[in-house]
Design a protein around this ligand. Structure first.
Ligand code: PLP
Length: 380
């Protein structure tokens, strides 16, 4: 048997990682400004994280949700306090798609309605409802096509107001669109969604799978706007590589035994990983670092003449070039040993480093980036 060939791969095999660096099997060192797609929040193989997971594994790694797992309560309490959502409840699952799938399902259970509003360029995952609410026809299988989902242009209040009626079940929006090319919903737009959801009895789902967990310079990107959504989905940075996701659920939404469930969600190891991540983010002031280093990178990138546009908040940065970035990223990776991310917007490079990136590491990227742009200009 061979792996099912669905990923276009770089011919690099990482075998070791530490902080913002990874090493391949030939011993070559790479600076990781991609974090395996915004997953590495506290840095690769953080010693505290390794210690906590190892200790847990030596006690008990897994049992299903048929028994009491008090680590779930510890995690929910820490997450609630740290994020400012003390009164919400936490449902744990294993990935971002699963978090959105459960969140949307919950909105439908709660309202008894079906219609979902999502936005152009959105990405919410690859399972049935999550992918139906994703604005990319190429990954929606015929069986996932769903006439209950309506896509609207983001930040277009007029289009949104026209569509909002009392048949809407939920509005789902990313804190900052990631795959769509790092695009930010305006604070006014988020507030309009919240107020019209309240008016029409719909629920607001904030997908913070990529933009959450401190990446934006606040715990959640939507916290730049002063509002509280009904549901918030998390994954990626939550486990720093351990597969864990979750839905933060307003206490207005009542639970019922059996309405949601998963075998692996909230197991001992996942909780230990997620608790360790929160401890490190808090103890090492990583949200402040994300804000400072993000601002530093952003200011410098904006001052580079040939950059068309730089978008983002904190350490979620999209750099739009005047040309497709595919070769530029290859040059960064293969020649200068720097990992970056792409997006569905072919001219936009995504920078999603660990939240503890240092100024020295940021400078390596900025200098290399400027050098490549200059050399390309000379060739043109
Ligand atoms: N939501 C957002 C905003 C994402 O960026 C992603 C993944 O990139 C997902 C959901 C899906 O997460 P996962 O790949 O863990 O299912």
């Amino acid at each position: 048997m061979k792996p099912f060939d669905v990923y276009p791969l770089f011919d690099i095999e990482p075998v070791k990682a530490q902080g913002s660096y990874i090493w391949d099997k030939n011993g070559t060192k790479y600076l990781d400004l991609y974090g395996g797609h915004a997953v590495i929040s506290i840095g690769h193989s953080h010693p505290y994280y390794v210690q906590k997971i190892s200790e847990q594994l030596n006690k008990i790694g897994f049992y299903s949700n048929s028994v009491k797992i008090s680590l779930q309560e510890t995690l929910a309490q820490k997450l609630g306090e740290f994020s400012g959502y003390e009164n919400y409840n936490l449902f744990m699952c294993n990935s971002g798609a699963e978090a959105n799938e459960n969140a949307l399902k919950l909105t439908s259970f709660h309202t008894g309605r079906k219609k979902i509003i999502a936005f152009n360029k959105s990405f919410h995952g690859r399972t049935s409802l999550a992918v139906a609410a994703t604005d990319d026809k190429s990954i929606v299988a015929p069986i996932n096509e769903n006439e209950n989902i309506v896509f609207l242009p983001m930040n277009d209040e007029i289009a949104f107001e026209k569509e909002m009626r009392n048949n809407v079940c939920a509005v789902i929006i990313e804190g900052i669109q990631g795959v769509g090319g790092v695009r930010i919903p305006t604070e006014a737009f988020l507030k309009r969604i919240k107020s019209l959801c309240e008016k029409f009895g719909a629920l607001m789902v904030l997908d913070e799978v990529q933009s959450g967990y401190g990446r934006s310079g606040k715990f959640f990107a939507h916290q730049y706007a002063d509002l509280k959504p009904d549901l918030i989905t998390v994954a990626k940075g939550m486990g720093n590589g351990f597969p864990v996701g979750g839905v933060l659920i307003s206490s207005e939404i009542k639970s019922k035994h059996g309405m949601l469930g998963t075998t692996f969600g909230g197991n001992h190891l996942a909780c230990a990983a997620a608790i360790a991540v929160l401890d490190v983010i808090k103890n090492e002031n990583l949200i402040e670092n994300a804000l400072q280093m993000g601002n530093y990178i952003m200011e410098n990138v904006k001052s580079i003449e040939d950059v068309k546009e730089a978008r983002g908040k904190g350490l979620m940065i999209g750099i739009e070039l005047e040309f497709p970035c595919v070769d530029f990223r290859k040059e960064l990776l293969f020649r200068h040993k720097i990992f970056t991310g792409s997006s569905s917007d072919k001219n936009t490079i995504r920078i999603l480093p660990a939240l503890n990136i240092t100024k020295t590491e940021a400078d390596i990227f900025l200098e290399t980036f400027t050098k490549i742009l200059k050399s390309q200009k000379q060739i043109v």
